[in-house]
Design a protein around this ligand. Structure first.
Ligand code: ADP
Length: 299
């Protein structure tokens, strides 16, 4: 379990985190989603005890990270994959990690295997690694002690589609065995495929949170029928607003039951009827990202 309780972080007059509260629960993958500059890394650094909060508190397994006895055994972190010592080989990086956390050296070979770094790659110096290999090594390092909690900042950066899929399976398996995973990304489609829960951050504030299913369902009902024009007119007569979807069908501001009843009344055959279409989250995220992009241009 990771908990943020009204965490605020100021750098001089700039507020990077503004009263951030959320939890990442065991047995679940929590996706921390926000455009670049939203405050994801800052929040993760606060949880890892690397950056002190100005006010509020972040705890991991019920305590501030720094007060956990041997935190490296309980919490695996990947905060900056480029921070590995460039002159060491991948195997050396992991061996040092194993010594520092008191983990059996045999785990080094196991984790190399787990993240798919070959014998030859493990023997190469990190300075000669691609970004994707560095991410794999960073994930291996986080998994060394087989911790209960994983905190990964943008772990998919630099991974190819097969790598992203591999990571998704790895994290889902880890959570299925009871682990807590908090991972950040600035890409909605990356998060929605792996996360059970999503927390959205923009300008240092949490702007949405819930299960992925709830958030993607958004509000309203998506309906496709044999005659959308007639259905739309019947919905209008019933006082319901319906907007056409780009991919065909309508998004109606009402529950599926109500939409079904209107369709029955109008004798329109339905082809699909379901809650929401994910527009809510996607549009909100699009707005946040557009804001961030404008600020980058202005800066
Ligand atoms: P994200 O991880 O979502 O891209 P960050 O947490 O890295 O966002 O950054 C959030 C904001 O805080 C950014 O505007 C960034 O410039 C600012 N920031 C981060 N670290 C510092 C620092 N050490 N000093 C001043 N500002 C910082």
């Amino acid at each position: 379990m990771i908990s943020f309780d009204h965490v605020t972080k100021r750098y001089g007059g700039f507020t990077a985190l503004d009263g951030v509260s959320f939890e990442a629960r065991p047995g679940r993958v929590t996706g921390f989603l926000g455009p670049n500059g939203a405050g994801k890394s800052t929040a993760m650094r606060v949880a890892a005890g690397l950056t002190p909060a100005t006010s509020g508190r972040a705890t991991v397994l019920g305590r501030p990270y720094g007060t956990l006895p041997n935190p490296g055994r309980h919490v695996g972190m990947l905060l900056d994959a480029s921070a590995q010592h460039a002159g060491r080989t991948g195997r050396e990086v992991l061996t040092l990690g194993a010594i520092l956390t008191g983990v059996d050296r045999r785990r080094v070979e196991e984790t190399l295997d787990l993240v798919g770094l070959t014998e030859k790659e493990a023997g190469r110096r990190v300075r000669n690694y691609s970004l994707g290999m560095r991410q794999r090594l960073g994930i291996a390092h986080a998994l060394l002690a087989d911790p209960e909690v994983l905190v990964l900042d943008e772990p998919a950066n630099g991974l190819d589609p097969a790598g992203i899929r591999w990571m998704r399976d790895l994290l889902r398996g880890y959570a299925a065995r009871g682990g807590t995973v908090l991972l950040s990304s600035h890409l909605l489609n990356e998060i929605e495929r792996v996360a059970d829960d999503i927390v959205v951050i923009g300008h240092g504030r949490i702007v949405a949170g819930g299960t992925t299913r709830e958030l993607l369902a958004g509000s309203g009902t998506t309906v496709r029928s044999a005659d959308d024009a007639r259905l739309r007119s019947a919905l209008g007569t019933a006082g319901l607003s319906a907007s056409p979807l780009a991919a065909g069908g309508l998004l109606v501001d009402a529950t599926p039951e109500v939409v079904g009843a209107v369709a029955l009344e109008a004798a329109v055959v339905l082809r699909e009827l379901r809650s929401g279409d994910g527009r809510g989250l996607e549009e909100m995220f699009f707005d946040l990202t557009a804001d961030a992009a404008r600020e980058e241009v202005a800066a």
